[in-house]
Design a protein around this ligand. Structure first.
Ligand code: ADP
Length: 488
């Protein structure tokens, strides 16, 4: 059985191209480490241009027959994958913990989304994809019909490697496209290769779903290929705003559509009538879940003047209880930072804020591979931590003089992904939600929130190109034609 070959731990992991496990041309590999221990987790094939070309060719060749399958036939593969995933979930959880420093709870949360997304994909195969429109011309019929875009190039990150990779391509496949996925160099196994095994075992035809892995140095080559190869029709990218901008610019030059989900600077607005314990729990969860390495992490906690001191005291007291630990321990709440590059970036960002007058109320220091759960106050809009995504276990708490002041501070960002409003006045919460410049606003719930069937997306530097989820995928991964017929 092909999937077993790839699972042999002593061997380098291979690429998954056209239904076959294939070493990289020239047998090159890169190392994937356990971020907690620094041990080698896996050796993976480091794809070359020739390998990427082969994967694109396979996806292109497989697409017409895949799209021609009856919807029920396509759907059956997604149902089968959901069933197999549930059987293998424990394995996925363990790999997420070991490969990416995920805590147990976060890994379970991530896994819970997978069958939901797979079943949404199955259901998508029979959703309506056409419209009939009236005509001003007697005897004429206007139809708007959709066909699959073709081949989708997918690049995904390491922080929710399994779910964000899946979300990047699964609805596109359901709509009759084929895909090539390049997972992050920090999560090639949980973010790609295990899914290739799953999809192969679920019986997806060869070439429908391909995975190429590369080290960090190869990522740009894959990106360039997806952008410039005419056989690739759409890009799907989830990752940093920095890389998203590079790809978005390149796609604009090539007139190629791209779906982007990037960073965030997500606020929690704690109104003066908020349930304080709830607000503290939401702030803690939002700021520190997965060490704050989530695009939706709560990065700016805006608290009404009247309860600011009480909130801060409780939030600091709670946070000081949590010492970073190895996520292999089931009780771990705060685990390691994914890699040294990120740890150094976070350390520098926090140190710079302190030099400029920010006060550390909790944490503040790095002990590789960990960074303490950190709360900063006295942050001003001139500081980088006010504007830039922290993407680590740190957050800022600021005081709002009024509701308007809170909204203004929430909107003072180039990003616009997720936000929370905590209040016992539901109508007020919903009114404020409509005035926050973010693609997702949760009243009395966390900024970190996902339901696969809902329209997930951000504004501004948080992304663009459409909504994630099954409905948005119809727009993003099909091409619509207006076909008019004059019934002479
Ligand atoms: P993060 O900081 O969360 O790792 P990145 O944007 O750096 O986010 O990485 C997200 C994905 O983008 C990864 O799969 C990575 O390999 C890929 N990537 C990095 N640089 C480039 C690039 N220049 N072009 C295309 N993809 C890239």
């Amino acid at each position: 059985e092909t999937s077993k070959d790839n699972a042999a731990p002593s061997e380098a992991r291979k690429l998954f191209i056209n239904g076959e496990w294939t070493p990289a041309a020239g047998d090159t590999t890169f190392d994937d480490h356990n971020p907690t221990t620094g041990d080698l987790f896996a050796q993976c094939a480091d794809a070359s241009q020739a390998d990427v070309d082969a994967a694109i060719a396979a996806a292109k060749a497989a697409q017409p027959a895949w799209a021609a399958l009856p919807p029920a036939a396509r759907a059956s593969f997604f149902y089968k994958a959901a069933e197999l995933f549930t059987e293998r979930q424990e394995q996925f959880v363990q790999v997420l913990i070991a490969e990416t420093g995920s805590g147990f709870g976060k890994a379970m949360f991530e896994c819970s989304l997978v069958p939901l997304a797979l079943r949404e994909a199955a259901g998508l195969t029979t959703r309506e994809i056409g419209e009939i429109l009236p005509s001003q011309v007697p005897g004429k019929v206007n139809r708007a019909v959709r066909a699959p875009a073709g081949v989708v190039g997918v690049i995904s990150p390491w922080n929710f490697p399994l779910y964000l990779s899946l979300r990047g391509f699964v609805y596109a496949l359901a709509l009759g496209n084929t895909a090539i996925l390049k997972p992050s160099e920090d999560s090639p196994v949980s973010g790609g290769l295990m899914m290739a095994e799953l999809f192969a075992d679920a019986g997806f035809p060869a070439g429908v779903f391909n995975v190429v892995t590369t080290g960090r140095d190869g990522a740009a080559m894959v990106g360039d290929s997806f952008v410039n190869d005419k056989r690739v029709n759409v890009l799907s990218f989830t990752g940093s705003t920095h890389v998203g901008k590079i790809l978005n610019t390149a796609c604009a030059q090539a007139f190629k559509p791209i779906m982007l989900e990037l960073g965030g600077k997500n606020p929690i607005l704690v109104l003066e009538d908020a349930d304080l314990d709830r607000a503290v729990d939401l702030a803690f969860f939002g700021a520190f879940m997965h060490q704050g390495q989530i695009c939706m992490s709560a990065d700016k906690i805006i608290v009404a003047d009247k309860i600011y001191d009480a909130f801060l005291e409780k939030f600091v007291a709670k946070t000081k209880n949590f010492v970073p630990t190895n996520p292999q321990e089931q009780t771990c709440v705060i685990g390691p930072i994914i890699n040294d590059r990120q740890l150094q970036r976070i350390t520098a960002l926090i140190a710079e804020a302190q030099e400029q007058g920010a006060k550390v109320q909790s944490g503040g220091a790095a002990q590789a591979p960990f960074f303490e759960a950190t709360i900063l106050t006295d942050v001003t809009p001139e500081m980088r931590v006010w504007n830039e995504e922290i993407f680590g276990p740190a957050t800022i708490v600021v005081r709002a003089e009024s509701v308007q002041d809170a909204i203004d501070m929430a909107n003072d960002t180039p990003y616009g992904l997720s936000a929370s409003v905590v209040t016992s006045d539901i109508a007020m919460g919903e009114m404020i939600a409509e005035r926050i410049n973010a693609g997702m606003v949760h009243v009395n719930d966390s900024t970190v929130h996902d339901e696969p069937h809902c329209p997930f997306s951000g504004f501004g530097a948080s992304g663009g190109g459409g909504k994630w989820g099954p409905k948005g995928a119809i727009q993003a991964f099909t091409k619509q034609r207006w076909i008019s017929t004059q019934r002479v």
